[in-house]
Design a protein around this ligand. Structure first.
Ligand code: HEC
Ligand code: HEC
Ligand code: HEC
Ligand code: HEC
Ligand code: HEC
Length: 462
């Protein structure tokens, strides 16, 4: 073993147990150097990457990918699904939420709590799962093929020598290639067991402007994995590369103690602040004023909300006041009230998100029961041609206010998962009430708009 390889091995693996020493079958082009290669067990453990890829590990370990099978809401739903729909495959949910464990067959038995008993290294969407994908075999249901050669795939074209694992370039991992969206899309489209393509982030992206070759083309990773210039490995002499953020904030937050939860919270807030543009116009009408609110999905590469839209709730709180007297109030929803339930007594309520129904049209709450879904979401961009009628990716709602307000305000709120779903999981004993109460209502503060009478009949917003 060369001195250089020994340094690498000692640097990264000092605290690990038995090491396999083999001659590196390097994919990076002939090296005669002997490198202490990671064993298959070590390759499957994100902890063995920390010594050389500290920032990727730190970002990932606080991400929803790492949390995907810890998430108590997921655990509760998965347990309930196993109990109420025992004929469904054991990995109906875990093939995406704990794919490495599911692939290893660790979740195949009848124990509905198996996913809770997994070792840390098998939980969530692991490094090895993403980095061994070598083909996609479909567009949903985690339909990817995993290479078993122990070679890690990534976006670096000529990986440097000295890695304790094979390394090879893969277009499926390169965010400069539109085709890399298929890697994400394999999990980010979810079909219910009854055949409803319910979560459609990938399908939406495929229909969008961003999936078209040319200047407007943007793969998922262009928006969700920011690049920065730094060495990709913390090893002596590693070249400066474009390295990519593995934190991937969205909407969801860790509800139980989890690494860097405070970082995740502020990153989710920042991501939400950068998704919609809003405009509020106040115009005279025969009976008072018309308040016209426009929300533009200016920055998402798919609908907003997207994905788990049967859980996600986005809604508008609007208030038109004459002094302290309300002329029209909508969307003031207490923390313990479900958004769609509120709509029954709040006819003006503007909601984005889906409701699910079974084959008889009866409303249901859970993915495995759903046959159809319906709801309003902000549309995605399909063309950059302003003359094309499909150019608009905003929605507008007119609130008819009886009388002349002195002030009008609009706010946009977001819940990752609503209290009707959480409450039902608490009721069935699958979710602890104190955990359920931790799901926050967030506000997209950049979308808030306020109008006062002294401005006259104008529009406020960009
Ligand atoms: C002893 C140090 C070391 C350890 C431990 C290590 N790597 Fe690497 N890894 C490297 C080096 C060096 C490179 C090449 C970097 C470059 O070319 O800039 C690399 C490259 C990569 C690449 C990019 C491949 C490509 O072609 O784009 C991925 C992905 C990767 N490693 C994942 C992992 C994962 C996952 C683990 C843990 C199971 C791990 N590495 C453990 C040193 C290490
Ligand atoms: C093996 C399946 C799988 C693959 C591959 C995958 N994801 Fe995910 N992803 C998930 C799951 C499951 C969650 C949800 C975890 C949770 O909320 O509990 C998630 C969550 C996310 C979130 C956070 C969503 C939120 O609402 O908080 C983002 C953003 C994301 N993924 C983007 C990506 C991108 C970009 C890629 C491709 C580079 C990708 N994912 C590849 C399964 C996957
Ligand atoms: C959801 C899938 C996913 C997971 C999980 C994931 N990665 Fe990555 N990773 C990617 C993608 C995609 C790229 C390539 C981005 C590009 O080049 O456009 C990447 C790139 C890398 C690279 C090359 C340098 C860079 O930043 O481009 C390293 C090293 C790496 N990942 C290590 C890890 C480690 C270590 C873990 C676990 C702690 C991990 N990854 C988990 C998808 C993933
Ligand atoms: C043009 C930029 C862009 C592209 C391309 C893009 N996204 Fe997004 N995505 C966003 C923005 C902006 C948001 C909203 C911010 C947030 O949720 O915090 C978002 C939100 C999400 C969420 C959380 C959605 C929710 O409502 O729960 C997921 C998951 C996600 N994206 C996955 C993907 C995947 C997978 C792809 C590729 C198939 C993709 N995105 C392509 C910009 C983009
Ligand atoms: C094809 C992959 C896939 C399958 C199968 C799948 N999920 Fe997911 N799940 C995802 C992705 C991706 C997200 C993130 C979507 C988003 O951010 O909007 C997610 C998000 C979730 C969330 C939201 C997390 C939160 O706390 O807000 C829950 C809960 C969930 N899934 C439960 C389940 C259950 C239960 C099943 C099985 C009946 C299941 N999932 C099957 C990919 C999958």
């Amino acid at each position: 073993m060369s001195a250089r390889a020994t340094t690498f091995a000692a640097f990264a693996l000092g605290s690990l147990g038995v090491l396999a020493t083999v001659t590196s079958a390097s994919c990076s082009g002939g090296t005669d150097a002997e490198v202490t290669m990671l064993t298959p067990e070590q390759l499957a453990d994100p902890e063995s990457c920390r010594g050389c890829h500290a920032s990727a590990v730190a970002e990932w370990e606080g991400s929803m990918h790492a949390y995907a099978s810890d998430d108590p809401v997921f655990v509760a739903m998965n347990r309930r699904m196993r109990r109420e729909a025992p004929s469904l495959a054991a990995d109906t949910c875990t093939r995406c939420h704990a794919p490495s464990a599911a692939r290893k067959g660790l979740l195949a038995d009848a124990d509905p709590a198996a996913v809770e008993k997994l070792a840390r290294r098998d939980k969530g969407v692991t490094c090895i799962f993403c980095h061994t994908i070598d083909a996609t075999t479909g567009t949903h249901g985690a339909s990817v093929r995993s290479a078993s050669d122990g070679v890690l795939r990534g976006g670096i074209r000529e990986p440097a020598k000295g890695a304790p694992h094979g390394a090879v370039y893969s277009a499926l991992h390169d965010r400069e290639q539109l085709g890399s969206s298929a890697t994400c899309g394999a999990c980010h489209d979810v079909t219910t067991p009854k055949g409803d393509l319910l979560e459609r982030t990938y399908a939406e992206w495929q229909g969008s402007l961003y999936s078209k070759e040319g200047p407007s083309g943007l793969a998922c990773g262009k928006c969700h994995m920011d690049g920065r210039d730094a060495p990709a490995a913390d090893t002596p002499g590693a070249p400066v590369r474009k390295v990519h953020d593995h934190g991937m904030p969205g909407i969801d937050l860790a509800l139980t103690p989890f690494p860097h939860a405070d970082v995740q919270r502020s990153r989710v807030q920042a991501a939400l602040e950068a998704v919609v543009l809003s405009k509020l116009c106040v115009r005279p009408s025969p009976s008072g004023v018309d308040v016209e609110l426009t929300l533009d999905n200016a920055f998402a590469g798919h609908e907003f909300p997207s994905g788990a839209t049967h859980d996600r709730r986005v809604w508008v709180e609007l208030e038109a006041l004459d002094g302290a007297t309300s002329l029209l109030t909508s969307g003031k929803i207490p923390a313990d009230r479900a958004v769609f339930e509120t709509a029954r007594t709040d006819p003006n309520l503007w909601i984005f998100g889906d409701t699910l129904a079974d084959e008889s049209g009866k409303p249901v709450l859970f993915l495995w029961e759903g046959k159809t879904h319906a709801g309003v979401k902000l549309p995605y961009a399909v063309t950059s041609d302003p003359k094309d009628p499909r150019f608009v990716h905003s929605l507008t709602k007119v609130y008819r206010v009886p009388g002349l307000p002195t002030s009008v305000s609009a706010k946009v709120h977001v819940r990752a998962i609503d209290v009707d779903v959480l409450g039902e999981l608490v009721r069935s004993g699958d979710l602890a009430a104190d955990v359920a109460s931790k799901v926050p209502t967030l506000e997209i503060r950049t979308a808030a708009r306020a109008w006062t009478k002294d401005l006259g009949f104008i529009c406020v917003g960009p």
